[in-house]
Design a protein around this ligand. Structure first.
Ligand code: DSN
Length: 414
């Protein structure tokens, strides 16, 4: 950043500080990761200077000699990696990708169905404060109160009763494997489009450690920056029959020019995700999460659904006599970054809920494994006992930093 340091030292300084923060802390937010140096490099290239509304071979601006090649590579790599019939790599992120699906298949007022936000869904799956909950008629399914697993009977019953135009499957705070086959059967029975939002688990699907929704869903949306470890962006995979409708919904329906620097970075990330090394990373994410869950269980933390099958763990911390927000804040002071989160059937408000949400993608990207998960569980347990003791939290932060120093963060020079 030698130029930036001269022209805008204030911003350069904040970027440097953020890099150090990412380097020195254990990052547990399950939707975050470390993009590789190559992904970061291409994100900062002259591709940001170019407009290219339209699709490869059919643009509304001249000068696409190289942009077309980049977007075509990204599309072909997405199709090959996930076994998809067609792909659109232009959505700016996951929310616009989901909006494009609604725009392609539904009219305002139509019924859509999705997992309730407070049971682990996403805002754009029909939650009230989202445009998707106000322009459409949202029907929400939820979890079984005993098992905290998706209530597939409820999904079927609600679909039969409400005949949704679109069924959304996928989650942002669900620690278990999702049975996409059940969703596909239900969608077929009621004549709905099945859209799976696999943003959180895209890297696990690519690495073969979570069943893929691609063979059974009409469309699959994803972000590209979570477990998939690419740049901040979005993508839609689909059956060929939906390509025209989805492409039209993305552009000109919803967006203008694609972000070509991001498209190129998505292509780079997809190439990385097709390697054996990535498969090992995906496997390790799940192994780390399971090991961490077991250790947290041993320490007396109450895990939603009792554990995890994927990258994510949701913890109800109230049995420890604390609540989610102050615990997340204390953890941050101790160098451990997570987010506070509601737990299913939470009696507390989202701004100060009962739980925290953690995940292992970022730690795994640094090469951390079982011994580090054990240390982490121990530190988290210690923080419960010293939430208001600044000195104790600072001591733990120092130990965390020391551990992190042994595991270089991808994309961040020492
Ligand atoms: N904000 C993302 C997450 O943290 O899960 C979902 O889009």
């Amino acid at each position: 950043m030698e130029n930036l340091r001269k022209t805008d030292p204030e911003i350069a300084d904040l970027v440097d500080k953020e890099a150090r923060r990412q380097r020195d802390k254990i990052r547990l937010i399950p939707s975050e990761n470390y993009a590789s140096a190559s992904v970061l490099e291409v994100s900062g290239t002259v591709l940001t200077n170019k407009y290219s509304e339209g699709y490869a071979g059919k643009r509304y601006y001249e000068g696409q000699q190289f942009i077309d090649g980049i977007e075509t590579l990204a599309v072909e790599r997405a199709k090959a990696l996930f076994g998809a019939e067609a792909a659109n790599v232009q959505p700016y992120s996951g929310s616009p990708a989901n909006l494009a699906v609604y725009f392609a298949f539904a009219k305002p007022g139509d019924t859509i169905m999705g997992l309730a936000l407070d049971h682990g869904g996403h805002l754009t799956h029909g939650w009230g404060v989202s445009i998707t909950g106000s322009f459409f008629n949202p029907v929400r399914y939820g979890l079984n109160p005993e098992t905290h697993l998706i209530d597939y009977d409820m999904v079927r019953d609600l679909a039969r009763k409400n005949r949704p135009r679109i069924i959304m499957a996928g989650a942002t705070a669900y620690p278990r494997i999702i049975d996409f086959n059940v969703f596909a059967e239900v969608a077929k029975e009621v004549g709905a489009i099945l859209c799976v939002d696999m943003a959180h688990i895209a890297g696990l699907v690519a690495g073969g450690v979570h069943p893929s929704p691609v063979p059974v869903a009409d469309v699959v949306t994803t972000t590209t920056h979570k477990s998939l470890r690419g740049p901040r962006g979005g993508m839609i995979l689909m059956k060929k029959e939906h390509r025209k409708a989805i492409n039209k919904a993305v552009f000109p329906g919803l967006q203008g020019g694609p972000h070509n620097h991001t498209t190129a970075a998505i292509a780079v990330a997809l190439k990385e995700a097709a390697t054996d090394e990535f498969k090992i990373y995906a496997r390790n994410i799940v192994e780390n999460a399971k090991h961490l869950a077991a250790k947290l269980n041993e320490k007396g933390f109450r895990l939603v659904s009792g554990g995890t099958d994927n990258h994510l763990i949701l913890i109800d911390v109230t049995p420890r006599g604390i609540t989610g927000k102050p615990f997340a804040q204390a953890l941050d002071k101790a160098g451990i970054v997570c987010n506070y989160n509601t737990v299913p059937f939470d009696s507390r408000p989202p701004a100060d809920p009962s739980g925290i949400r953690i995940g292992t993608p970022a730690m795994t990207s640094r090469g951390m494994g079982k011994p580090e998960m054990e240390k982490l569980a121990d530190w988290m347990n210690q923080v419960v006992g010293c939430m208001n003791d600044e000195a104790a939290l600072a001591r733990i932060a120092g130990e965390v930093k020391e551990l992190c120093a042994g595991f270089p963060a991808p994309g961040i020079s020492a």
